[in-house]
Every structure is written in C-alpha cells, then in structure tokens.
Design a binder for this molecule. Structure first.
Ligand code: TZP
Ligand code: MG
Length: 214
C-alpha cells in the first residue's frame, strides 16, 4: 500500500483556470502547499493530456508531490505518473490495480459505505468521497452527501478519505472533523485569483484541524 498525504488535493480544470495556463496555476498551487495534483480533463485529446501531464510532472516531481491522472490509465503509464483515480463508471478498480502494479497510487471514488468497502477490498490506496457540499463544477455530481454522508464513509474504511465537492476555506475544517484526511478542490484553488495564497490558506486550515483531531 502506498501512503499519500491527501491533505490538499488539487484537481486541474481548464475552465476554472480561465485565461491562465494550467501549468502556471498548478505551479502556484504547489508553491502554496498542494500535496497531490490530479490531471483531470474529460474533453482533451490523448495527445494534449500526455503533453500537459509531462509538463505537470516537471513541476510536481521535483516538489515531491504525486501526480495522479483521472481515469486514463494509459496516459498515466505513458507519462510515468504516480497514479490513477477511477470513478464508479471507469475501469473497475481491481483491473486498474493490476494494470498499475502494486506501487503506483490507486484512488477510487466512493460516495457510499458499500462503495468504500468494495474499493478497499479492490486495492485502493485512498478514497475520494463526495460530492460533500454541492459543487458548481461537476454537472453530474449527484445529490450532495453532506458531512454526515462523509462521516459514514470515513467510519467504514481504514483508507484515507479525501473529501470533494464545494470545499472552501469556510467549510474545509468541518470535512476534516467528519473524518476526512484531506480536501480535494477545483474552484477554491484553480479558480482563485491567487492560487498560491488560496492553497496556502486551505492547507493551513486542514493542518490545524488534523492536529486538533489526532
Ligand atoms: N467530483 C465530485 S465533486 C467534483 C468532482 C470532480 C468537483 C469539485 O469541484 P469544486 O469546484 O471543488 O466543487
Ligand atoms: Mg472519473
């Protein structure tokens, strides 16, 4: 099992980055203390994903920050990324684990207790759980599970749970208090006017709450 520090997990989103390049925004997020970066783009061509992924690795690898590719195991292997994140409609986790081998990081989206237990049996290293608060960013995120749903999932697994969906500085601590090991964000960092400052602030909130809890 690979341990990850998921305390501030930042997902890329071209739209949220606006006019700025994602490479520039991710660089700022890493400077501000992002602990994981996920390359996520459901519409980009394979070539564009490979090129962006390579550029992101030049930032993340020297910083010791894992780069996880959303869904695309082929892209992750092609660029030698640190891992893959699969959702419930993506490659089944046991197959993803087999393709990735034992050492790369496998994250699985789990919004219910049953999905969480299954993902753990299937070899996940961490779970992504949400939509917690209601997201403006993902159209098909479903009904928010709230901090109560998050707490149920966290209680059902010994894996680190990263909370996602509508996380902002004002509600991040409550997600940690509910049992999450970290928060995953798009708009709060990638969409921020100052992504470095936004990352630093969120990381600080999570760190403080984790120290209080443990
Ligand atoms: N999965 C569940 S919610 C979400 C994803 C990818 C989007 C999170 O974006 P934001 O802007 O941090 O709410
Ligand atoms: Mg997915």
């Amino acid at each position: 099992m690979t341990q990850i520090d998921g305390s501030l997990y930042v997902l890329t989103d071209r739209r949220a980055a606006g006019e700025r390049s994602l490479v520039e925004v991710v660089h700022a997020a890493v400077q501000g203390g992002a602990t994981v970066i996920q390359l996520r783009d459901k519409h980009a061509s394979t070539r564009a994903l490979v090129e962006l992924g390579r550029a992101l690795l030049e930032i993340t690898r020297p910083a010791g920050v894992p780069l996880i590719v959303n869904d695309r195991i082929d892209v992750a292997l092609a660029i030698d990324a640190d891992g893959v994140h699969v959702g419930q409609d993506d490659m089944p986790a046991p197959i993803a684990r087999r393709l990735l081998g034992p050492d790369r990081i496998l994250g699985v989206s789990a919004g219910t207790v049953e999905e969480a237990r299954q993902a753990q049996r299937d070899g996940a290293d961490y779970l992504g759980t949400g939509d917690v608060y209601g997201t403006p960013t993902k159209a098909d995120a479903g009904i928010p599970i709230g901090v109560s749903g998050l707490a149920e999932v966290a209680r059902a697994t010994s894996l680190p749970v990263v909370a996602i969906g509508g996380i902002q500085p004002g509600n991040a601590a409550a997600a940690i208090a509910a049992g999450a090991s970290g928060v995953a964000v798009i708009s709060a960092v990638i969409g921020a006017a100052d992504p470095e400052a936004a990352a630093r602030k969120l990381r600080g909130i999570v760190k403080k709450e984790l120290e209080m809890r443990d």
